[in-house]
Design a protein around this ligand. Structure first.
Ligand SMILES: Cc1ncc(COP(=O)(O)O)c(C=O)c1O
Length: 434
């Protein structure tokens, strides 16, 4: 390492120490964020080092992250993207590729999904001219069930795309079994559930393809970022092509002729020998991430186990602390699952003598951050009202979620004092109003 680089990194280390929050927690004054990135000295140093080396495009850290993350999540291939939403778009779009021949999804084909969740789990269905079929979810787990999915399968159904809600696995084995029986593709949106297991198996390993987000609220932070993972090498190639402008070539930026026949291809109606670097086999995007993001991803990945443990511990502390409290539906892990939680969901019983808004106002007044279960019932949003879709059964619970559910934080940046303050605050409110 050059002397100057060592000096800069040393200064960055000292700066990190200067910036460290040394204020003690003061209940009602210190913000208790519902989520956030936990960024430590090595994260700052990784970012500074990547910036010093001006690794401004995708490069060695991106490739290293992809291979390490794929191994950690037990998939053969990972492709970094600039967000979890981009990862979802790529995952869904991959199934429309002409390379899948007769199995490719075509406009008008149906994809089963849930009504209550994050919009960009559903948007790629519409963005590809496909039709979302919405089913309801359960209160408590906030997931749908294999039974509900089974009832929604119709003659046009070709795929299932569902997120593991707030880190809580859906019935992945049963839903994967349904997908297999009915020849459907299964996409697991694992953006909120890295490290969760169902039947002892990691979420994201049940379907054909899975996605992750690295936005700071998530288990690993890269600023913005996401990933598509699969063990199907043909799908991985399609994802890479779609991510990288639609090109057919798989050389890294700055690399040439990895296939040793760069000028020997004849594709489409192009002249023989047209440079493979500029042959496009998909109508693609550019959804790549940068090496600066990946450098942060690598230091974050080293801490994943610790982060997962902290999420589980914080969730358990809230759950035990609030157990038995009237008027609130407390969260429950899906049977046979071990969630790596994203948040702690609370639903105010529709019969309770208080409304969600009152409890949320009370908590926010104490600097306890709250969030909605994302969109609630998506079909009620202006964006979706006129979009083609089908609803199977009613969406009663999705409506309850829209009106009565919110979540508080369990992310690793929270201390026991903070979670205890959340518990005592909720209890105090319910005791006064219940
Ligand atoms: C389930 C789910 N899917 C997808 C996303 C989108 O991820 P990103 O914000 O990285 O685009 C989110 C975001 O929080 C999410 O919760």
């Amino acid at each position: 390492m050059s002397d100057h680089k060592a000096l800069v990194l040393d200064a960055a280390r000292k700066y990190h120490e200067d910036q460290r929050d040394k204020e003690p927690f003061v209940p009602g004054v210190t913000e208790i964020w519902p989520s956030g990135a936990v960024l430590e000295e090595e994260d700052r140093l990784a970012l500074v080092e990547a910036a010093l080396e001006m690794r401004i495009a995708a490069g060695p850290s991106s490739r290293k992250f992809e291979s390490r993350f794929a191994r950690r999540l037990k998939r053969r291939k990972a492709h970094l993207t600039n967000s979890g939403s981009s990862a979802n778009l790529l995952a869904m779009t991959a199934f429309t590729s002409h390379l899948l021949q007769d199995r490719r999804l075509k406009p008008g084909d149906e994809v089963i999904t849930v009504a209550a969740g994050f919009p960009t789990t559903v948007n790629p269905i519409l963005q590809n001219g496909l039709v979302p079929v919405f089913v309801d979810v359960e209160l408590g787990t906030y997931n749908t069930t294999a039974d509900r999915v089974a009832r929604a399968i119709g003659p046009k159904t070709r795929a299932i795309m569902i997120a593991h809600a707030l880190g809580n696995p859906f019935e992945a084995a049963e839903i994967a079994q349904l997908a297999e029986e009915h020849d459907l593709f299964l996409i697991e949106d694992n953006c909120d559930a890295v490290g969760s297991t169902y039947d002892g198996q990691l979420t994201g390993t049940f379907g054909d393809i899975t996605t992750v987000s690295f936005y700071p609220a998530h288990h690993l932070a890269m600023g913005e970022g996401g990933c598509v993972l699969t063990s199907n090498l043909a799908l991985a190639r399609i994802v890479e092509s779609l991510r990288d402008w639609g090109r057919d070539c798989w050389c890294e930026p700055g690399e040439s002729n990895k296939c040793l026949k760069r000028f020997d291809y004849q594709m489409g109606t192009l002249p023989a020998g047209y440079d493979h670097k500029y042959i496009f086999s998909h109508v693609g995007y550019n959804l790549k991430a940068t090496d600066i993001q990946a450098a942060l991803g690598l230091t974050q990945l080293d801490k994943l186990d610790r982060f997962i443990d902290a999420r589980k511990r914080n969730w358990r502390r809230l759950r035990d602390g609030l157990d038995g409290l009237p008027h609130l539906i407390l969260p429950e892990p899906t049977r046979r699952s071990d969630p790596s939680w994203f948040g702690f969901a609370l639903t105010v019983d529709p019969e309770a003598p208080f409304r969600r808004a009152e409890l949320v106002d009370f908590l926010e007044g104490r600097k306890i951050g709250t969030r909605r279960l994302f969109a609630g019932n998506l079909t009620r949003h202006p964006a979706y009202i006129d979009q083609p879709h089908r609803v199977v059964g009613d969406l009663r619970n999705s409506d309850v979620i829209t009106e009565q559910t919110f979540w508080v934080g369990i992310y690793p940046g929270l201390t026991d004092e903070m979670t205890d303050y959340i518990v005592s605050s909720v209890k105090e409110f319910v005791a006064a109003r219940g």
